[in-house]
Design a binder for this molecule. Structure first.
Ligand SMILES: C[S@@+](CC[C@H](N)C(=O)[O-])C[C@H]1O[C@@H](n2cnc3c(N)ncnc32)[C@H](O)[C@@H]1O
Length: 138
């Protein structure tokens, strides 16, 4: 089973699996992010963080392996009157094409053997002086 199938199996249920409120730790760090910079959410799922930052005026893009989660993200963004650019990709197959000033990953469960390659990609697309935030709790 690939990541898309695995996560679609979880997000197919009604409702928002992780809720609509942003990750509390990421929210508590929000003042560190600069609006002038592109904002990227990795493994963003149904969009609780992406919508939070889009509502605060950030230009936000979100990548996730699950097309079902991203559909919910788009619906949520629409309800809130904001736009989030979405891309359905397995991050193991993702090639960054732009630079970002802010990158977040909330509860992104990558296999241990895939993490270094992802960090190398993040390193290649994070602007100098940019900010990466990972949260594995809240
Ligand atoms: C525990 S959920 C967290 C979702 C969201 N970040 C949040 O905090 O609400 C993990 C998310 O990472 C995504 N994910 C896991 N492995 C991935 C991969 N290899 N490529 C892209 N997305 C992945 C899943 O589809 C899922 O949406």
């Amino acid at each position: 089973m690939n990541q898309k199938e695995f996560w679609n199996g979880k997000f197919i249920r009604d409702g928002y699996l992780y809720g609509k409120k942003p990750n509390a730790f990421i929210e508590s760090c929000a003042s560190n992010f600069k609006k002038a910079h592109r904002f990227l959410c990795l493994g963003e799922g149904e969009g609780r963080n992406a919508v939070y930052f889009a509502k605060r005026g950030f230009e936000v893009a979100a990548i996730d392996a699950s097309d079902i989660a991203l559909k919910k993200l788009e619906e949520f963004a629409k309800e809130e009157g904001v736009y989030v650019k979405t891309r359905c990709r397995d991050l193991n197959e993702w090639t960054p094409k732009k630079k970002y000033g802010s990158i977040i990953a909330s509860y992104l469960h990558m296999y241990k053997e895939d993490r270094k390659a992802l960090f190398d990609k993040i390193d290649s697309c994070l602007k100098e002086g940019g900010f990466l935030l990972e949260s594995f709790f809240l």
